[in-house]
Design a protein around this ligand. Structure first.
Ligand code: FES
Length: 177
């Protein structure tokens, strides 16, 4: 049986194999602990956006009187999914149409095929995608081209004379739906 207190080869006077092993294990343990202390916050920062459940939020788009009935306009608003650690405010956009005195509808600007931005063509009342010829009617439904579904919609409401849009993550690419 090994005596842990016996002097070892290469040890300083008074040093034993048991003490040497203890110091070695302590050193490894402290290294692992140090690695965890550094890596957990870094991993957390990368994984937080994936794990965080995004909360929809209403964003102001101005007064109802800013919009003409029957017109479709591009509106910009603060993104609903700003990453807190990015310390910046990102913006998003939508196509907004005033239907009558108090109702609006809004569509994502991204094509439901591969996500290119669609543009509104007033003369033909169509949304056109420049990438692969996707075409949508003014109600967002597919008129022609490769998209398999219509433009994503936003919820819109009127509160105290102000137009508000409900922002949240909208799927850009849906080839199978
Ligand atoms: S991205 Fe619009 S048709 Fe392909």
């Amino acid at each position: 049986m090994e005596n842990n207190n016996t002097p070892c080869e290469g040890c300083r006077p008074g040093e034993s194999t048991g003490r040497r092993r203890f110091l070695s294990q302590l050193s490894i343990g402290l290294s692992v602990l140090g690695g965890l202390v550094v890596s957990i916050p870094v991993l957390g920062a990368f994984l937080q956006p994936l794990l965080k459940k995004s909360m929809p939020s209403w964003r102001a788009l101005g007064s109802v009187s800013d919009y003409e009935v029957g017109k479709t306009l591009l509106v910009r608003f603060e993104d609903g999914e700003v990453l807190s650690w990015a310390r910046s405010i990102s913006h998003s956009a939508a196509w907004l149409r005033r239907l009558d005195e108090n109702s609006f509808e809004a569509f994502a600007i991204n094509c439901a095929h591969l996500g290119c931005p669609v543009r509104w063509e007033e003369s033909s009342s169509l949304f056109l995608c420049p990438c692969h010829g996707g075409v949508y009617y003014k109600n967002g439904e597919v008129a022609a081209g490769p998209p398999l579904r219509g433009l994503s919609r936003y919820s819109v409401r009127v509160r105290k004379g102000k137009v508000e849009i409900l922002t949240r993550g909208i799927p850009i690419t849906t080839l199978t739906s």
